[in-house]
Design a protein around this ligand. Structure first.
Ligand code: C5P
Length: 223
């Protein structure tokens, strides 16, 4: 079974996806981390962010793998071409580079294929932007999770501190979130939009535990 959780950055998808997966005994797939890993490789190699051909080649040829600890279904990190980039993909440099990279159709085609292969291997909570619309349109549970841009910026600042990747400026984060929302929603290839049959949840001002409970409830209804 697939539970698809889509929505803009910072809406709480990761926290919610992990908690729902733990509650139901599912694994978790963070598709944003895969786009971030490709963006990281491109920056490392000095690839121009409008060089669609080379970006497509990176997505096709560089193996992306999730790091697991013993039997924990929750990945602890991600590697690309064998390099652990778990922290390196959470910088504001990657935040800026990832939208143009993810707008390249060849990048999307390569990563969607990998996501479908992983998701079909078991029960997964899959989070991203196009999971309910493109990657798993047949998913029995689809959620479109949103929150106001301001609340998402506050959460991103806190998340970075928690992850130990340093503090970042709130105004810069808010501007970046707005830029990415705009870019992700207006791109031609798989724009960020709710699937017609998605349940829309707004997490602004709500306890995250209540949002998690809503999604677990939706999954149990379909079980
Ligand atoms: O979820 P996260 O913020 O880590 O995603 C980073 C970026 O990857 C997004 O801003 C978006 O450009 C891209 N992305 C995407 N499709 C997905 C997941 C992420 O285009 N399924």
């Amino acid at each position: 079974m697939i539970i698809a959780i889509d929505g803009p950055s910072g809406a709480g998808k990761s926290t919610v996806a992990k908690a729902v997966a733990r509650e139901l005994g599912f694994s978790c797939l963070d598709t944003g981390a895969m786009y971030r890993a490709v963006a990281w490789r491109a920056l490392e190699d000095g690839v121009a962010l409008d060089d669609a051909e080379t970006l497509g080649r990176i997505a096709r040829d560089c193996e992306i793998a999730f790091l697991h600890e013993s039997n924990d279904p929750m990945p602890k990190g991600v590697t690309i071409g064998g390099v652990d980039v778990s922290s390196a993909i959470r910088t504001s440099e990657i935040d800026r580079a990832v939208s143009p990279v993810s707008a390249v159709p060849a990048v999307r085609a390569a990563l969607v294929k990998q996501q479908q292969r992983i998701g079909r291997s078991g029960d997964y909570v899959v989070e991203g932007r196009d999971i309910g619309t493109v990657v798993f349109p047949e998913a029995p549970v689809k959620v479109f999770l949103t929150a106001s841009a301001e609340e998402r910026a506050h959460r991103r600042v806190r998340q970075n501190v928690d992850r130990g990747v340093g503090s970042i400026d709130y105004d810069e984060v808010l501007a970046d979130i707005r830029r990415r929302d705009d870019h992700d929603s207006s791109r031609a290839a798989s724009p960020l939009k709710p699937a017609e049959d998605a349940v829309r949840l707004d997490s602004t001002g709500r306890f995250i535990e209540d949002v998690i409970e809503d999604i677990v409830g939706l999954a149990r209804e379909k079980d």
